[in-house]
Design a protein around this ligand. Structure first.
Ligand SMILES: C[S@@+](CC[C@H](N)C(=O)[O-])C[C@H]1O[C@@H](n2cnc3c(N)ncnc32)[C@H](O)[C@@H]1O
Length: 419
């Protein structure tokens, strides 16, 4: 059973790493990565140096889909963390332009690939995004996700989703992301989901077996997803209510069920201290001296600042204090794309190790995402870029577990077919 994989929005290959660690059955036959704002394509350079001669492409996926579609080979599994600039934690929900925003429209490239492949469409999907996708945009909470569900339903997929915080399953970073798995109606798994319904979500499914949740007697909320995309887009939750979508859910044949679940992990917790390299391996620009410390303390501290907006209106902006330095005995906070560089910032990690304050080196950031050490090291790629890659990437251990879950389920269904 070889599973041909296409990796979209590949960055530095987090999905590929996870799947290759999960099983040798996964075979990445084509990948794509293109950074819109830069001339030098740093992430693709890293990708190609780690997987030389792989069928990797460095071009705008929207253009490939439109003008050169035939170069995308047939495949069984489509994976990708589609860009999330419009609704990532770095911005506020109100700024969010959602799927109809400039960058968010890349969802439609995924949709177009599935549609244009027709009968040869991939049987399985594994997508990742920020958890705010479930609630955006602020004016019609949940609309963007409803659009995704409605279009996948039209294409013949059942969908399960779960917001997974890596730290709640023994991984070293608190990184909360939504994972969306799709199963085409031509598959055995689709039939199983149809029979199992919500049991699939809490007990028997691919996600539930790899990421167990506590027993609950909550009744899932259920509703229909409209098949008219335009209607969903214009009318979904216009009354301004909360999003109906909880952290766990399933959609099949146009009906969805959703409920709130909590992790039931019994293994060991991984903490920030475990990823640290000895100070002797840390270049001196990562250390923070006494004079610089004041500025870091200010950034991390509670404060009230007067700000003036573009129309000249002055307002007062308040923010609470952060843990400073970052606690070593807990999983780390989320890495964001601005993690690199010397300029003091609230969001960058600072540790106190052997009485010295310092920022995290790229290898430590890679470890927080469970990438192999120095995966992103390459001549001409700065430490700041390496930090940026990790802010964009995912926790490889999550994909590895999902990959294992999928292979196990496929093995089961193949045996059932034989038997
Ligand atoms: C959230 S990141 C995914 C990171 C990846 N999962 C990893 O492990 O590194 C999204 C990626 O999509 C890329 N991207 C943005 N617009 C694109 C486009 N039009 N075509 C192809 N890739 C694009 C970005 O450069 C970024 O690397």
């Amino acid at each position: 059973m070889s599973i041909r994989v296409v990796e979209l929005f590949a960055g530095v290959g987090g999905f590929r790493l996870g799947l290759e660690q999960a099983s040798s059955e996964f075979d990445v036959v084509w990948s794509n990565q293109w950074e819109p704002s830069t001339k030098k394509q740093h992430a693709s350079l890293v990708y190609e140096s780690r997987w030389p001669n792989a069928n990797h492409t460095n071009a705008n996926i929207e253009e490939i889909v439109e003008r050169d579609f035939d170069q995308i080979p047939d495949h069984d599994l489509l994976v990708g963390g589609f860009p999330c600039q419009d609704y990532s934690v770095a911005t506020t929900l109100r700024n969010s332009k959602g799927l109809r925003g400039k960058k968010g429209v890349l969802w439609w490239s995924i949709e177009a690939i599935l549609r244009k492949k027709g009968n040869d469409c991939p049987k399985y999907l594994m997508l990742e995004n920020v958890d705010r996708l479930l609630k955006s945009p602020a004016t019609q909470r949940g609309r963007d996700f409803a659009i995704i569900l409605s279009s996948l339903n039209a294409l013949g997929y059942a969908v399960e989703w779960r917001v997974i915080n890596a730290a709640e399953y023994g991984m070293p970073q608190r990184r909360r992301r939504i994972f969306i798995l799709g199963y085409h109606r031509s598959t055995e798994i689709y039939k199983q989901i149809k029979a199992a319904k919500t049991e699939w979500l809490t007990k028997t499914g691919v996600v539930a077996t790899e990421f167990p949740v506590k027993e609950t007697n909550q009744k899932p909320f259920t509703d229909k997803i409209d098949s008219d995309l335009k209607k969903v887009s214009e009318e979904f939750n216009k009354e301004g209510k909360l999003s109906p979508f909880q952290n766990t859910g399933l959609m099949i044949d146009g009906q969805f069920w959703t409920l709130k679940t909590e992790s039931d992990f019994k293994g060991e917790e991984k903490v920030l201290e475990e990823v640290l390299v000895p100070n002797s391996e840390v270049p001196k620009e990562f250390f923070i001296n006494k004079a610089e410390l004041k500025s870091w303390e200010f950034q991390k501290g509670a404060k009230k600042i007067e700000r003036t907006n573009s129309s000249g209106h002055t307002y007062s902006y308040a923010e609470g204090g952060m843990n400073f330095p970052d606690p070593l005995d807990k999983p780390s906070r989320t890495i964001i794309t601005g993690e690199g560089g010397k300029t003091p910032s609230r969001f960058k990690h600072v540790v106190l190790k052997d009485s010295k304050y310092r920022r995290l080196v790229p290898k430590e950031l890679e470890r927080l995402n469970m990438f192999p050490d120095d995966h992103t090291q390459l001549d001409g790629i700065t430490d700041q870029k390496r930090a940026f890659f990790m802010g964009n990437a995912l926790v490889v251990g999550i994909v590895e577990k999902l990959g294992k879950g999928l292979v196990r389920e496929l093995g089961k269904t193949e045996n059932e077919k034989k038997g």
